[in-house]
Write a protein that binds this ligand. Structure first.
Ligand SMILES: Nc1ncnc2c1ncn2[C@@H]1O[C@H](COP(=O)(O)OP(=O)(O)OP(=O)(O)O)[C@@H](O)[C@H]1O
Ligand SMILES: [Mg+2]
Length: 247
């Protein structure tokens, strides 16, 4: 028997859920087009669940290899310097592979000893991706947890450089980079630019806007209630209740 779930990621087999497969279809098209973007929405908007459903979709399609990590548990010390951030980031990616995609984590760990700067991290990512015969998609949840704007912008700058070089055919990079968090990265850049005139370029200007409506419309909420009715046999006016929940 499924349950309604309001404290964390929803799992389709265990929870009654609003069917968001059309939204995932659209995000898949963005990934196919090698786009980079930020899912920036307020708290409890379904960002983490969306990343989880996208991860499943990518895993079920043999062409892709998704990596899903989060800055949530990193702690301030990790964000202090590139010497602390870069190896932690690489280890986190290796760890994600260890739990979900057996066989590839050793490729990450082989690179670990060398990585202590953004330059060496960038090189390690190229080596790793050259050994994986799939399109690797990087997803990072809770990007606002980065407590060091300057370091985070430097990190985005590294990803941007790789993206531009890969387009020119002189580097290898992720198929797509998807960040999730509360803020639009542009506002973060704005603040930095105000107090430091040297930061003229936006390191994330390769990103496209994320325009998918993440609110659940009454017709979408109805899919969750229809699931509930089918499983429990309890009768209800699905349309009226969907509209009320939406309200
Ligand atoms: N498709 C869905 N159907 C029903 N409930 C959902 C669905 N997606 C998310 N939820 C519920 O909404 C709540 C918020 O989802 P989620 O944790 O994915 O949001 P979030 O944007 O990552 O939140 P936060 O910003 O707090 O991390 C969760 O309790 C989850 O169970
Ligand atoms: Mg979340």
């Amino acid at each position: 028997m499924k349950s309604f779930h309001i404290t964390g990621t929803c799992i389709p087999e265990e929870n009654y859920m609003v069917d968001t497969s059309k939204k995932i279809d659209t995000i898949m098209q963005m990934v196919e087009k090698k786009e980079c973007f930020v899912i920036n929405r307020p708290r409890q908007y379904g960002k983490t669940t969306t990343l989880f459903l996208l991860l499943r979709r990518l895993l079920s399609n043999g062409e892709y290899l998704p990596i899903k990590i989060s800055f949530e548990g990193y702690g301030d010390a990790v964000f202090r310097t590139e010497e602390s951030f870069c190896p932690a980031f690489l280890l986190d990616m290796a760890n994600d592979f260890n739990t979900q995609k057996q066989g590839y984590s050793s490729i990450f760990l082989e690179q670990k000893g060398e990585v202590n700067s953004f330059n060496s991290l960038s090189y390690a990512i190229s080596v790793i991706l050259s050994k994986i015969p799939k399109k690797v998609v990087l997803m990072i949840d809770e990007v606002d947890k980065s407590s060091n704007n300057e370091l985070f912008l430097h990190f985005l700058g590294m990803l941007r450089t790789k993206y531009l070089n890969a387009r020119e055919g002189v580097d290898i990079t992720f198929q797509s980079v998807i960040l999730a968090g509360l803020n639009d990265i542009k506002s973060l850049k704005q603040r930095i630019r105000d107090d430091s005139k040297t930061q003229l370029n936006s390191p994330w200007n390769i990103a496209v806007d994320f325009e998918i409506d993440m609110t659940f419309k009454p017709e979408e909420i109805a899919t969750m209630l229809a699931d509930y009715v089918a499983e429990t046999g309890i009768q209800m006016d699905i349309k009226a209740i969907s509209e009320r929940i939406y309200f």
